[in-house]
Design a protein around this ligand. Structure first.
Ligand SMILES: [Zn+2]
Length: 343
């Protein structure tokens, strides 16, 4: 079975729910399931056993007469070492150095590709969702906090330990509210859904259930409008910082706050145009894949890694045609190549 035709299993390990889908070569879901995330133990065994159990149930349900599942992609939160397939740290899951790839490979007998959950969602939006057609995309999730995924020339930029895209901790106002990271005035203390609700309560003394309540009151409540304008302004300032570095063509907004729709897009676009000087003003889009983005992106990362691994490499092809070469011959071939210099 070729890597192009096989099915891929995508898993998104969230703080409260583990979601999984089996996807076809053209990214259609054929099976789906979810289980609650067990309370984490520091090594992650309980969580990874739950992922393996859900995966096994789906693998058993795959029709035996169709293409088999060729790989598993797992999206996990926190700090992620993609190369080693390790969940380095996650406050939500309560794990440290969880051997995600090794545990799942042993349990399921499949190749496993581990992604950062937001990066996976960003990959899915760029390939199949609101980022389609743009090669340089910044995906921003605005919920309790703010996180991002950076795609340049169609490729994810992960950085060391997957930390590229942590735009929620760009320091916008040094005298601003305290952030969970230990600093003050980070973007997510000013423009996340939690920040909007907290700012409204601080201004009016009235508790709200969330940012959606503030958005719903924009037409009738001047305090809601003032709080919203502050948050949108901070978000525009934050995006102008990322635009100074990346000049992304498109910014895709997801997470709970993106449910505000036009009430977010229109003033944000206006604030960007008003404040930008030399920075490129990006096209703004709302995310399209919703809560499936993480699963779909984890599966995409696994499929793309399968395809990359099976791409024929010219050097290997000629070697197998000629039969095995000695190390000595390989070294001298290497020497010839470098003697030819760069082309
Ligand atoms: Zn912070």
């Amino acid at each position: 079975m070729s890597a192009e035709r096989c099915l891929v299993l995508g898993v998104d390990v969230g703080g409260s729910t583990i979601k999984a889908e089996v996807l076809t070569e053209d990214h259609r879901p054929v099976l789906a399931g979810r289980v609650p995330t067990p309370c984490g133990d520091p090594g992650g065994t309980a969580v990874l056993d739950a992922v393996a159990g859900l995966s096994r149930d789906l693998l058993r349900a795959v029709p035996p007469d169709g293409p088999p599942v060729g790989a598993l992609g797992a999206g996990v939160p926190g700090i992620v070492d993609r190369d080693r397939g390790v969940g380095v740290f996650s406050a939500n899951l309560g794990w440290r150095d969880a051997p995600v790839a090794e545990h799942l490979r042993r349990a399921l007998g499949l190749p496993v590709v581990v992604s950062h959950d937001v990066a996976a969602a960003g990959l899915a939006e760029q390939r199949l969702g609101a980022g389609r057609g743009a090669h340089d995309v910044l995906f921003v999730v605005i919920g309790t906090g703010i996180a991002g995924a950076v795609l340049v020339a169609g490729e994810l930029v992960s950085g060391g330990a997957g930390q590229a895209g942590e735009i929620g901790h760009i320091r916008m106002r040094p005298d601003g509210p305290a952030c969970g990271c230990g600093a003050r005035g980070c973007l997510e203390t000013l423009a996340s859904a939690r920040a909007v609700a907290a700012a409204y309560t601080a201004r009016t003394g009235r508790a709200v259930r969330g940012a959606a309540e503030v958005v719903a009151a924009l037409d009738t409540d001047a305090d809601a409008r003032a709080v919203w304008a502050e948050a949108v302004g901070a978000l525009a300032d934050g995006l102008l910082v990322t635009q100074a570095v990346l000049a992304s063509r498109r910014v895709v907004l997801g997470g709970g706050l993106a449910a505000a729709g036009a009430a977010l897009l229109e003033p944000l676009d206006a604030a960007l145009r008003e404040r930008a000087t030399v920075q490129r003003v990006p096209e703004l889009r709302l995310a399209e894949l919703g809560e499936r983005a993480g699963v779909v992106g984890a599966a995409l990362a696994a499929r793309e890694s399968l395809l990359a691994a099976r791409e024929p490499r010219p050097a290997e092809e000629s070697r197998s045609a000629e039969g095995p070469r000695s190390a000595e011959e390989s070294r001298s071939a290497e020497g010839r190549r470098s003697a030819e210099g760069p082309r």
